[in-house]
Ligand binder design. Structure first.
Ligand SMILES: [Zn+2]
Length: 304
């Protein structure tokens, strides 16, 4: 089977040399070994080899999309609270595009009297679910780089757990810049490869999520990409919500069952479980969270 080779950096074009991690996925009939390589120039970390699009789509269709019941709007609003709370720290109304909107739950959680809600989704099953909730005229099927919105059309563009899945995150950020009006905001949530859980658990880190995550960002590498795309970075911080706890819990469980087998590993996990909440609190505050949230602005006056 052919694999797409990824030997130079998508951002700065320098070689990807330094291997930071190697792991084998045993989930399918033919196990695959992946290496994470760091760029010599900008420090961005990429998953290699890159699986061809057809093979990645098969993984997504088999595993990634569940169906969620969105009938209970109160539940949707609670579930999406970390995202909506982050958004409303900066903006309370406007025209918003959610890139990779999935089932449309984030858009559904926004008050339609204050937000003109648009979504973009490439996966057919998720797209179908999203249009039943938000209407075919507000959900566009496909990739951001191919979408035909007018320049400067949006007040806010969001990427919730999306940037790390894109084959060309640099092109996506540049396109987002074009689609935002001057003073418009880009909000992102994504795993933090420099955070405590990523560093402590390595190949067992829950948010490594191979083969889906094609790039692994740190606050430093993401800031570099955003600034090179024209953005002014306003906030980079540990994300809100329960992701850090879940990431720590699942990473620990994976590590212990891999080292000690399923039964003994689970027993050790349950013995350590009472420590998880304080462990998560301390590691997120002092070691960096498992995921980060970012707010960047398209400046009103472009930097000279
Ligand atoms: Zn680079």
């Amino acid at each position: 089977m052919s694999l797409v080779s990824e030997e130079s950096c998508v951002f700065c074009k320098k070689p990807l040399h330094e291997a930071v991690l190697e792991t084998t996925l045993e989930r399918t009939a033919s196990p695959r070994t992946f290496k994470l390589l760091r760029c010599d120039g900008c420090g961005l970390v990429a998953t290699t080899p890159r699986l061809p699009k057809s093979e990645l789509e098969a993984y997504y269709q088999a595993e990634y999309w569940g169906r969620a019941s969105a009938d209970d709007l109160a539940w949707v609003r609670r579930d999406q609270r970390p995202r909506t709370a982050f958004l409303e720290r900066f903006r309370r109304e406007g025209r918003l595009l959610d890139v990779g909107c999935g089932l449309g739950l984030f858009l559904l959680a926004l008050d339609p009297r204050r937000w003109d809600r648009y979504g973009l989704e490439a996966m057919p099953a998720a797209y179908q679910e999203a249009i039943t909730r938000l209407g075919a005229d507000h959900i566009v099927k496909g990739e951001l780089t191919a979408a035909e919105f007018p320049a400067g059309h949006f007040d806010v563009i969001t990427f919730w757990d999306v940037l790390e899945h894109l084959p060309d995150p640099v092109a996506a950020l540049r396109q987002a810049f074009c689609l935002l009006r001057a003073g418009g905001l880009l909000l992102l949530r994504l795993p933090n490869f420099a955070g405590y859980t990523a560093r402590r658990f390595g190949e067992d880190w829950y948010e490594l999520a191979l083969p889906y995550h094609l790039y692994h960002f740190t606050p430093a590498t993401l800031t570099r990409l955003l600034e090179a795309s024209g953005f002014k970075v306003r906030v980079v911080e540990a994300s809100l919500g329960t992701q850090h706890y879940h990431a720590l819990k699942h990473s620990l469980l994976r590590r212990l069952t891999r080292l000690h087998g399923p039964s003994s590993g689970r027993l050790r996990y349950y013995l350590l479980k009472p420590l998880l909440h304080p462990w998560e609190w301390v590691s997120t505050h002092w070691g960096g969270g498992s995921s980060m949230q970012v707010c960047a602005e398209r400046p009103v006056t472009p930097p000279s």
